[in-house]
Design a protein around this ligand. Structure first.
Ligand SMILES: [Zn+2]
Length: 113
């Protein structure tokens, strides 16, 4: 499963940060996940619950921040922030192109003890 290996590496970098900071456990982790990254948040949560037991994050809470993608309409120039892939402008049904965002996949916050 894709999400399991992503979570394994997130837990690994969280543990490395923890050691660097001289802390003993991870209380909270925040991951930023773009809607076009191909990652399913529910699967990520499931991977977290099944993998965290043997790590310093055993008692940690996971927060997933879902990042929208920003599209631009080629016809009316409107910008649309969407939570899924789309090809038609919500305003004029024109042709949408991806402008930026949506591919994020990173550990953005750690709370340590
Ligand atoms: Zn449009």
């Amino acid at each position: 499963m894709h999400e399991a290996s992503i979570m394994e590496s997130a837990l690994g970098s969280a543990a490395a940060e923890m050691r660097k900071a001289g802390a003993r456990e991870i209380l909270r982790m925040k991951l930023r996940v773009g809607v076009l990254s191909g990652v399913v948040p529910e699967a990520l949560e499931f991977a977290f619950e099944s993998l965290k037991g043997a790590t310093p994050a055993a008692g940690a809470a996971l927060e997933i921040e879902l990042m929208p993608a920003v599209f631009r309409c080629l016809d009316c120039a409107a910008e649309a922030e969407l939570k899924e892939m789309a090809f038609h402008c919500p305003r004029c049904r024109g042709c949408l192109v991806l402008d930026h965002g949506g591919n994020e996949l990173e550990l953005t916050q750690l709370e340590l003890n």
